[in-house]
Write a protein that binds this ligand. Structure first.
Ligand code: FAD
Length: 497
């Protein structure tokens, strides 16, 4: 049985892994040691999350209000996409479904018919988290089937370094050992190729049976030592750089992240309690570093609080996320641009799958294969969903958008778009990220109109359908009207300002 686990790296990935392992393996006698280097530091970005993080925090037994206070967090009800379908377009991918069940077909089919009749309101008006986000309001979900407050979830926008520090404190109080120092080499077993130990600059050697590589983009063990190889997906997701800069609060602190499409990429805006996180993700083939920086700095809504930082990356993943006795979690395992805030969620999946397939000391091939299969599936689904934003565009104003429209899509994505275009059917996975409401929000938000709706919609009289839709819309509008302002909510819940 594995007795000693060594985690290499103390960024968000390292400390999330350490916190989860000490919690989930408590009482087993397994030791968890984390090595990090203050001199190397962390990537220092990663402020927007997905609702799944709440399950992770809950599993750790963390009080949510305390977490919000300690990480300067705001609420996130979804992501607003500006200028993606066409310049001037604006929609939100919400953490919740549009509408409710009003007949045998899914809600959007009734909306499609209402739209064709010219009497529909914009699709977002039938979705509680969207109306709430745009009106800058928030209320916790309720367990009342009659209320629109039941049908949504939320996430956080937080200071990732404070989240890391919070988890470091949590993990160390429960037995994780932290070692400060720079790893300069690793010792591999001559026969199995397993990592046996890592050596610090000081000469200290740290041995283990299972190594979790959380060393960031470089992949200190998974790539530099084990030469696992990288699946490069940059033909499909060409953005390869980002500028990131925080600024003082300016404009609204809404409960949503914003993504605005630019000529050679897109820009993020993430409001926290004490500042706004901003960044420009772009491809250097389509916009120069200087122009990308200018576009970012001229659009800030407050005074910059630091010098802008440039980050480099390549879209893709390791060929095997678990190789020999080393599991890559976080940026060392792969990276897909932060358009849908998926990286922290991928860390979470990596941890969950590790706990579920927790190995014996020989790290059996069957466990490794299953882990890699599950993680590959997750990466591929996210890749397809991110690509949808680029390919479902009508923009023709810049080479990036023309190239993305005309590229050959992965079959898995082409099938999904075709199926939706045909009759409005939406991908429905048994589990994992991005269920039908997410695909639907982007399809409709980016103007993909199905050729037909579900024929069962035609069984409902026009007046009845219109009345149902109007009732859904007004119920949502009324509920939003009665809820608290977003800042008032966080002041009462977890504010530090
Ligand atoms: P890092 O933060 O790089 O940590 C690596 C650790 O390894 C550090 O502690 C470092 O000191 C240590 N280390 C490295 N080498 C050595 C060595 N030789 N010896 C000892 N220690 C070593 N994710 C989201 O979910 N939402 C977002 O909004 C989001 N935005 C992003 C924007 C950009 C531009 C980028 C690039 C990423 C974004 N991410 C986002 C991803 C997110 O930042 C990362 O997934 C997250 O921070 C985890 O990083 P990490 O811990 O894997 O790596």
């Amino acid at each position: 049985m594995v007795r000693d686990i060594v985690i290499v790296g103390g960024g968000t990935a390292g400390w999330m892994t350490a916190a989860a392992l000490v919690r989930r393996l408590a009482g087993t006698g397994i030791s968890v040691t984390l090595v990090e280097s203050a001199e190397i530091g962390t990537v220092g970005v990663g402020e927007a999350t997905l609702p799944q993080i709440r399950y992770f925090n809950e599993m750790l037994g963390i009080d949510e209000a305390e977490l919000m206070a300690r990480t300067s967090a705001t609420i996130k009800l979804g992501i607003e996409f500006r200028d993606w379908g066409r310049i001037g377009d604006r929609y939100i991918h919400p953490f919740g479904a549009h509408g409710e069940r009003i007949g045998p077909a899914d809600f959007h089919h009734y909306w499609l018919k209402e739209q064709a009749a010219g009497t529909a309101q914009p699709f977002g008006r039938y979705c509680y988290p969207i109306v709430s986000a745009w009106n800058d309001r928030f209320e916790l979900p309720r367990e009342d089937p009659a209320s629109p407050l039941t049908h949504f979830s939320y996430a956080f926008q937080f200071d990732a370094s404070l989240y890391g520090a919070f988890l470091a404190d949590y993990a160390q109080k429960r037995g994780a050992k932290r070692v400060e120092g720079k790893i300069v080499s690793a010792d591999l077993d001559g026969e199995s190729g397993f990592v046996r130990s890592v050596t610090l600059e000081s000469g200290t050697q740290i041995a283990g049976e299972l190594f979790v590589d959380c060393s960031g983009f470089r992949g200190l063990l998974i790539e530099e030592q084990l030469e696992t190889g990288f699946e490069d997906w940059s033909d499909w997701l060409p953005c390869n750089r980002a500028w990131a800069v925080p600024c003082a609060i300016g404009g609204e602190v809404g409960p949503y992240t914003r993504s605005t499409a630019r000529t050679g990429g897109w820009q993020w805006r993430i409001p926290l309690q004490h500042r706004i996180g901003n960044g420009h993700v772009y491809c250097d083939r389509y916009v120069s570093d200087g122009d990308a920086l200018d576009q970012l700095m001229t659009s800030l809504e407050g005074e910059p609080l630091a010098d802008p930082r440039k980050l480099f990356f390549v879209a893709g993943k390791r060929r095997r996320l678990w190789n020999r006795n080393c599991i890559a979690i976080g940026l060392s395992g792969g990276f897909l641009e932060p358009l849908e805030s998926t990286s922290i969620d991928l860390i979470q999946s990596g941890i969950e799958n590790l706990v579920a397939l927790f190995p014996e000391a020989d790290c059996a091939a069957a466990d490794r294969d299953e882990y890699n299969r599950l993680m590959d599936l997750e990466f591929e689904r996210i890749r397809d969903f991110l690509m949808l934003h680029y390919v479902a565009t009508q923009r023709d104003d810049a080479p990036l958008w023309r190239d993305m429209r005309n590229m050959t899509w992965p079959d898995s994505l082409a099938e999904k778009i075709e199926t939706f275009r045909h009759r409005g059917a939406v991908p429905n996975y048994a589990s994992g990220l991005f269920q039908p409401p997410s695909w639907l929000a982007v399809f409709i938000g980016q103007n993909i109109v199905p050729e037909a709706w579900d024929p069962r919609v035609d069984r409902m009289a026009d007046e009845e359908r219109s009345a149902h839709l109007e009732r859904v819309r007004t119920t949502i509008a009324d509920a939003v009207e009665r809820s608290s302002g977003h800042l008032a909510f966080i002041k009462s819940y977890g504010a530090t300002f």
